[in-house]
Design a protein around this ligand. Structure first.
Ligand SMILES: NC(=O)c1ccc[n+]([C@@H]2O[C@H](COP(=O)([O-])OP(=O)(O)OC[C@H]3O[C@@H](n4cnc5c(N)ncnc54)[C@H](OP(=O)(O)O)[C@@H]3O)[C@@H](O)[C@H]2O)c1
Length: 236
């Protein structure tokens, strides 16, 4: 059976590049995104290159959308090998707020948490049973060094809190995967030139997706419940 992967936030940036790279490695890739119609041209171009990709609608900040996506995915495919929880927002200084912790609005924390933390939690909760059914799976939570407790700083609190908590999501599902071949890890892509990372970031997109692909294609017996950058463990 062909391996199948779901990548969230696949319309652009790291999610798009991860989808393309997984398809090039022989996966069927379900590119989950808020507005599939907007990306149809790009998806068609990928198909023209014989990449087995399909776009499906998913807004990870909406529980109803997650439930509808999970149900449609289960009905259509019925099994899952790889889930990449990639969709994310970084709105601390865009949301009428400010990067200072003293100016951070509760609404900014709530919005960021809904997309970066609760979305991955609920989606994993819904799709994990498909991996249990097969006795194997790889889940990659695209986290950030900004969520590392060991290197915490006082700015961009909403984003930092959401990514630290995402690392807890990694650990709780990793605990559930133990004893099966279900490996769940957080990865930090580094600072990458995407819409989010900006033009001044130190890494290009291929460097950014390297660690995501590594965690998505770990062999049986590989690490689980860890935090990695480029395949190397980093402190929580
Ligand atoms: N770039 C970096 O330097 C960096 C560093 C560390 C971690 N990360 C993490 O890497 C991941 C990808 O970031 P990126 O740099 O590729 O960012 P990006 O270029 O801004 O892309 C973000 C993606 O997330 C999607 N998204 C946002 N909210 C969503 C929602 N509610 N439902 C579904 N999709 C949603 C966006 O979709 P739309 O097109 O619909 O907006 C877009 O596809 C994020 O989790 C980010 O926190 C990035």
């Amino acid at each position: 059976m062909k391996k199948i992967a779901v990548v969230t936030g696949a319309s652009r940036g790291l999610g798009y590049a991860t989808s393309e790279a997984l398809a090039q490695r022989g996966f069927k890739v379900v590119m989950a995104m808020r507005d599939p119609e907007k990306s149809q041209k790009q998806i068609n171009a990928m198909k023209m290159k014989d990449l087995d990709v399909v776009a499906m609608k998913l807004d990870v900040s909406q529980e109803k959308s997650i439930n509808e996506f999970a149900e449609a995915f289960r009905r259509e495919y019925g099994y899952l090998d790889v889930l990449v929880n990639n969709a994310g927002i970084f709105i601390d200084d865009e949301d009428g707020g400010n990067k200072s912790v003293f100016k951070t609005k509760s609404s900014t924390i709530q919005k960021t948490f809904a997309t970066n933390t609760l979305g991955p939690f609920l989606l994993t909760q819904k799709l994990f049973p498909l991996m249990q059914q097969e006795g194997s799976g790889r889940i990659v939570n695209v986290s950030s060094g900004m969520g590392q407790l060991s290197e915490m700083d006082g700015n961009y609190a909403a984003y930092r809190i959401s990514k630290t908590a995402l690392n807890v999501v990694t650990q709780v599902f990793a605990a559930e995967g133990k004893g099966h071949d279900i490996l769940v890890n957080s990865i930090c892509p580094g600072w990458v030139r995407t819409d989010m990372g900006g033009a001044g970031a130190s890494r290009d997109i291929n460097q950014g997706i390297k660690g995501i692909l590594w965690a998505a294609t770990l062999p049986k017996g590989g690490p689980t419940g860890g935090f990695f950058r480029d395949g190397d463990a980093i402190p929580w």
